[in-house]
Design a protein around this ligand. Sequence first.
Ligand code: HDE
Length: 715
Amino acid sequence: MKNLQDDKQRDLLKNKSDGINKFLTTNQGLKINDDNNSLKAGERGPTLLEDFILREKITHFDHERIPERIVHARGSGAHGFFEVTNPIPELTKAGFLQTMGLKTPVFTRFSVVTGSRGSTDLARDVRGFAVKFYTQEGIHDFVGNNMPVFFIQDANKFPDLVHAVKPEPHNEIPQAASAHDTFWDFVSLMPESMHNVLWLMSDRAIPRSYRMMEGFGIHTFRLINEANESVFVKFHWKPKLGTHAVVWDEAQKISGKNSDFHRQDLWDAIEMGNFPEWELGIQIIPAADEHKYEFDLLDPTKLVPEELVPVTIIGRMVLNKNPDNFFAETEQIAFHPGHMVPGIDFSNDPLLQGRLFSYTDTQLSRLGSPNFHEIPINRSIAPVHNNQREGHMRQEINKGRVSYHPNSLGSGCPFQTKISEGGFSSFNERIDAHKIRGRSKSFNDHFGQSKLFFNSQTPAEKSHIVKALRFELGKVETTTIRVRMLGLLSQVDMQLAEQVAKGLGATVPPILEKPINHGVSPENEMGDQESQTVKQLVSSSDALTMIKNPINSSTIATRRVGIICAEGVSETSVLNMKEALIKHDAKGFIIAPHLGNLQTKENGAIAIDFSFLTTSSVLFDAIYIPHTTNVTSLIENEDVQEFLNDAYKHCKVIAADGEAKKVIQAVSLSSKIKEDDKGIIISDNAASSEFIEQFIEAMGKHRFWDREENLYNKK
Ligand code: HDE
């Protein structure tokens, strides 16, 4: 049967202004006349093997999936640019960091580490922050995370860590969660993971948005200038919107209501022209200071406090274009910390050194061929000439008979490049050492910076860490693992351990005289590699908190306000609020019992964005109930009560004006509201400018943590 719809679409396409007639074809370019029916022996007969069109289509479909990433399988990415705002030629010869205002195209992929490709965005997890720079000197990748430290010190332990945190192998449960026995079994036996474990239990692990996360290179890298002088550096991405998180109960609910929450947030922000932006900063450590600190610069479980070495901003990154095709770009992009340009180099961090092997190796199974660099998203904009040839799916048609170096038949091409003309060379660090399977003593302190991190947190943040640990260890079934963790926590902070123990109905074991350290080989265990706490030069650092972080500002740009309405709503209230939000680059959404339109008090109509069925309180940053003549319908609506109770519990701003204040007074949370709660804004006058200003100012505070019980200081 002929499909009329197809005829219409074909005519439409024929008339498209780009003038291209897009006929449906096979992969060989054959025009297809019927894409709805397979070739059969008679209308009611069996399908014929001859149907090469059907077989081509189904075969391609059968092979549409590629293996997901071993880690960081779930991610979202976008195109953009990096611009130099503070050139550093005195530190590096890297071309893309030389000139004020120079822009380099980038593609950035954010990811969740543990879950599979289809898992939730809001898992408690580390986030990946990987940036591919398409520089004139070749590809440069920054493959970092949203936390500045890692769980392990040596690449050899990475497969163990990942096996422990991934779903347990016998039943593949739980998905995208560290709250299970094998993870805590492993980390409780690896004191070196303590620092990163605390970051994981903090709100950094449940960001409000990819756009509100810091990024860190973690490892120490080197910069090298024209004179071949080198400094050590740590890389930092600082988000323009500040660092913000959701609360754990909210994260779990978001996972059910919209598991694409972060993906959608990034996509929508870019579509709406609210381009996410970060500053790139470096901490510069002169070569002479390599051994100055109480920690080792090569130890990836340590950070360099910003109080010791401030961050110098050198550029900014703006993400301004969504991918055209998720698979072709976000899925097929292949990052590698070893994609380097001249002027940047590695340090001897043993974790980084191991990564330098892993990333090309993994692309061979994931993308299936050593030619993955030819996939469009991975291609260098600098010309590529070498003698590598052939292999699966080779795209390049190399000409001529010469594929070796040196040669005379090809006039010596391609040539090697002198260092002075841009050829890559490694920093010629002097190494004079014995071959050893072991670790430096300078890696032995596992608790000093764990304490620094914990001590730096605000009371609300400490309380969240207690709750997270109670949750995670509460999901652990093996009691001895819980107790072992309490022992480790007590070496960070006794009150922290006691509060967690209280939630678990357990007691903190006595501190071992010699802390266990299973991160070393048995011969060394109680010898010169034993774990020890070293006195820290810095005891507290605001840069390590989210709430007191100096980069935070009171902007409400891109925040979402749920405006709860019923028939008879005041159009003036709604429009005034929406307009004010737009002025601050935020957005209000109308939520009502049904979709379609609402009749307003002024007899106009307002279009509804969501019904209570299609959205949820956890998908908004703040709630506003505008004055309405029909307040009883809202008071009696259980969905409204759930909306407000959740918003209150998650410490969000709730506002109501005119008659709508009765809604807040009526719901169950009203008895809990303290008089001095500045996050509850009520006005008798509908939509006064003072009320709206107060609402926007309160939103700028993000959350009102005073509403929560402070678990840390509680006796
Ligand atoms: Fe990765 N990591 N990693 N990693 N990593 C991968 O490479 C690995 C580590 C990071 O959006 C894999 O292409 C080893 C630290 C990000 O595509 C794999 C070790 C940091 C991404 C791999 C580490 C990272 C990956 C999986 C320990 C922060 C996602 C798929 C020696 C500085 C990149 C892939 C993207 C991905 C190996 C530790 C960041 C298997 C062996 C530390 C952001 O090659």
